[in-house]
Design a protein around this ligand. Structure first.
Ligand code: ATP
Ligand code: MG
Length: 742
């Protein structure tokens, strides 16, 4: 089937042809024949790289241009949302029937907003969680959505985040029964079942545009599923590195998946010495520029320094310890072919298009605290392997698992390479998650009676899989909790949310966090410190992962608790209850990390002292910022006026990572904590002092270049004379450095 012959507007055909696609892939053809363009609901379950996105693009453009419709595109990950946003840019100059150009928006943050601005856009790309929060705020434009695309719908299986996707889809089907639903999925066993639930047709294929040879290696030999085998040079002790070199010599790029962050870094370090020998002078020069970009952005710390050093050698690691910005630099450099090897944790796997000729999966096991070691699922394995051989980049792809013994090699061949992915199971039964969705249903006014609630949950995938009699008692239990905690109330057959319940639901926090904060604020003592609030939020279930004290920290934090016992708003558990007590000490550790951050302790010292890497720190800061915002809102609701200033101050300090004295300075755009501290120490302690100072004087402060100084002056309301600006520009040219602060 040719793109030319499709029943879509000419302008769309032109853009697609220009992007290099002229013939549809078989799964795409199947979807078109199954009436994807006539508004039919579909579940398209097809292998990695089989071009599922294009089907979504075709449907989306048809809705927008011909039907004047609105499209909601759901993805499970922010990184994927941003990749899809970039993909869609090629259509942004196409006009709709009314002559206006297609508008595309992306939104993934701020969960306490109905984002009215989104109503102006035709295509809205959101994460599943963001969509859930928009539904809670009853954003009225959602009713205008005529097509819902769900990318990676197999995420329903994810224990933590699957339920949100499930409830979001159930709700969207309920409020937009006429909308078309298009769900894209990796190959799974029960695509039919998901299709039944979505009132859709299932299309299942095992077609892949680029041949992906999957195999298992033992020492220097790899056996593939197509019967081939290869022998690799034994230059290094590590087979992964030998394989990587082989691929690089053939002009390919390599993606290594490691079990843990530490191992990902280790592999990258070892690969660097080998890979650097295969780089040309020009390649080294561009890589050096890239390394400088890493080193100059954000605060200097050992992780960034190491990353920069590895990048100089054509290699990088990629894991959640890196800040998003650095991860993006690594992904882009790999896409542009500059980096030869990335060694990553499995978080990189879902949906992204990377030019990996070879994927090496170094271990089929994972470790999670609480669970111990366990083998990964076939679905996860296929997702990782599927990053190899993407049509945009390569003509072939190879994915190998490493084994240690012959027995293991046979086992891996059978259990992964030749195995079929598992079926998808709903994870909605998790008590904590269900509670939150039961509250949201009532609080957002989607249901008004207890029966209405049961009816809604009867439409979920969970009920579809297990039956309505299984979900009902779980919903009842959640209701009981919410009633006891005064988040909902009953009146006859009617059910409604209290102000408390409504606000907790809108704030998008776990109901238990709402209870923790409410009770803590009520119980507060006279001696409140920063620590009181930081500890309170660290105690809520929304702070995950939890922190645990190391053996040597138990005494240190134990002593701290003894001395500061008056300050805590959460009762201290008895020391004899080891589990509770140690988890309390873990919360103290979490609060200490935050306190160090707000005391301007350098990132490097935080990494050293608490083993918390920048990516973890930023995620913690993000969550705690949000929980402190929620605490502020709940303080207002419960009439704790005396706490408002204190909470908003500590929240701002957590957000910026500064002491109180820097707050007026870091409120300026372009001034982070490093520049703020430099300004302060150079005698500019407030806005007025900056206003009075000449721009020349401000540029004398370390880290403050001419452009930054100009931005400061523009914001504080000082005047810059044209001739002064010209004089400075000439004087300072060549002296500029590009330090972009977060
Ligand atoms: N008909 C086509 N002809 C040529 N290239 C295509 C065609 N359709 C899609 N592609 C390209 O194939 C690549 C993979 O497509 P896409 O990302 O949609 O895969 P996917 O099925 O969503 O895979 P995953 O399950 O890994 O998310 C993209 O680079 C895309 O541009
Ligand atoms: Mg995809």
């Amino acid at each position: 089937m040719k793109v030319e012959d499709l029943p879509i507007p000419e302008s769309v055909k032109k853009s697609i042809l220009e992007s290099g696609v002229s013939i549809l892939y078989p799964p795409q053809e199947d979807a078109i024949r199954a009436e994807a363009l006539e508004g039919r609901n579909l579940v398209l379950a097809s292998p990695t790289a089989s071009g599922k996105t294009l089907v979504a693009e075709l449907c989306a453009l048809k809705h927008i241009i011909e039907g004047g419709g609105k499209v909601l595109y759901l993805t499970p990950l922010r990184a994927l949302a941003s990749e899809k946003y970039d993909d869609f840019q090629k259509y942004k100059n196409i006009s709709k029937k009314n002559g206006r150009k297609i508008s595309i928006a992306i939104s993934s943050g701020d969960y306490d907003s109905s984002d009215q601005w989104l109503s102006r856009y035709d295509l809205i790309i959101v994460t599943n969680e963001k969509c859930d929060s928009l539904l809670r705020h009853k954003s009225d434009w959602i009713k205008e959505v005529s097509l819902v695309v769900t990318d990676e719908v197999h995420f329903l299986n994810d224990a933590e985040r699957g339920p949100t996707l499930e409830v979001t889809l159930t709700r969207l089907m309920e409020i937009n029964p006429k909308a078309q639903f298009l769900a894209l999925s990796a190959t799974i066993r029960n695509a039919e079942e998901i299709a039944e639930w979505l009132k859709a047709r299932a299309i299942t294929t095992d077609w892949r545009p680029v041949k992906l040879a999957e195999g298992v290696c033992l020492d220097d030999e790899c056996q593939f599923n197509d019967g081939n085998s290869i022998k690799v040079n034994k230059d290094d002790q590590n087979p992964a590195l030998n394989l990587a070199v082989l691929t690089i010599k053939q002009g390919g790029q390599v993606l290594i998946f490691a079990e843990t962050r530490r191992k990902a870094v280790d592999y990258a370090k070892r690969a660097a010495t080998v890979v650097s020998k295969h780089l040309s002078k020009i390649e080294k020069k561009t890589l050096s520029g890239l390394a400088d970009k890493i080193a100059e952005s954000g605060e200097r710390n050992r992780l960034n320094d190491l990353l920069a050093e590895l990048i100089r050698n054509g290699v990088a690691f990629h894991h959640a310890g890196l800040v998003t910005f650095h991860r993006k630099i690594v992904e882009d450099a790999f896409k542009e072919g500059r980096l030869k090897v990335i060694s990553a944790t499995p978080t990189l796997a879902a949906g992204v298009n990377l030019p990996a000729r070879m994927v090496i999966i170094t271990s089929y096991e994972r470790y999670e605290s609480g669970y111990g070691r366990f083998p990964i699922s076939v679905l996860d394995y296929k997702q990782m392997a599927g990053r190899a051989g993407r049509p945009k980049y390569d003509k072939i792809g190879e994915a190998v698992l490493l084994s240690r013994t012959e027995e293991e090699q046979d086992y891996l061949m059978e259990s992964y390479v030749f195995a079929k992915p598992e079926r998808i199971w709903s994870k909605l039964a998790a008590e904590n998650i269900l509670r939150s969705h039961v509250l949201a249903s009532v609080a957002s006014g989607y249901v008004h009676t207890e029966q209405g609630l049961y009816d809604f949950f009867n439409k979920t995938f969970y009920a579809h899989e297990y039956g309505s009699e299984v979900i009902a008692p779980l919903v009842a239990k959640a209701l009981m909790f919410l009633y006891k905690e005064r988040m909902i109330s009953f009146e006859g057959k009617g059910i409604s949310a209290t102000d408390f319940g409504r606000r907790v639901s809108e704030l998008y926090i776990d109901p238990v966090s709402g209870v923790v904060i409410r009770d803590a604020l009520k119980r507060r003592s006279e001696s409140l410190t920063d620590m009181s609030f930081l500890h309170m939020v660290c105690h809520t279930p929304d702070v995950v992962p939890k922190y645990y004290p190391r053996r040597r920290e138990i005494d240190e934090f134990g002593a701290y608790v003894g001395i500061h016992s008056e300050e805590f708003m959460i009762p201290i558990p008895d020391e004899t209850d080891m589990i509770e007590y140690e988890s309390f000490l873990g919360e103290i550790k979490c609060a200490h990390v935050l306190e160090s951050w707000t005391q301007e302790v350098p990132e490097d010292e935080i990494i050293e002292k608490y083993s918390v890497e920048p990516g973890d720190l930023f995620r913690l800061v993000d969550t705690v910022n949000w929980l402190l915002y929620a605490s502020f809102e709940l303080s207002r609701l419960f009439g704790h006026k005396d706490l408002l200033t204190k909470i908003s101050e500590i929240r701002e300090r957590v957000d910026k990572g500064v002491k109180k004295e820097l707050l007026p300075l870091v409120r300026l755009e372009g001034i982070g904590r490093a520049r703020g501290r430099m300004l302060f120490n150079s005698g500019f302690r407030n806005i007025d002092e900056l206003k009075q100072a000449s721009i020349d004087k401000i540029t004398q402060v370390p880290l403050i270049g001419l452009q930054t100084a100009k931005r400061i002056k523009e914001q504080v309301g000082g005047l810059i004379k044209a001739e002064e600006w010209e004089r400075l520009k000439t004087k300072k040219e060549g002296k500029q450095r590009s330090l972009s602060e977060y």
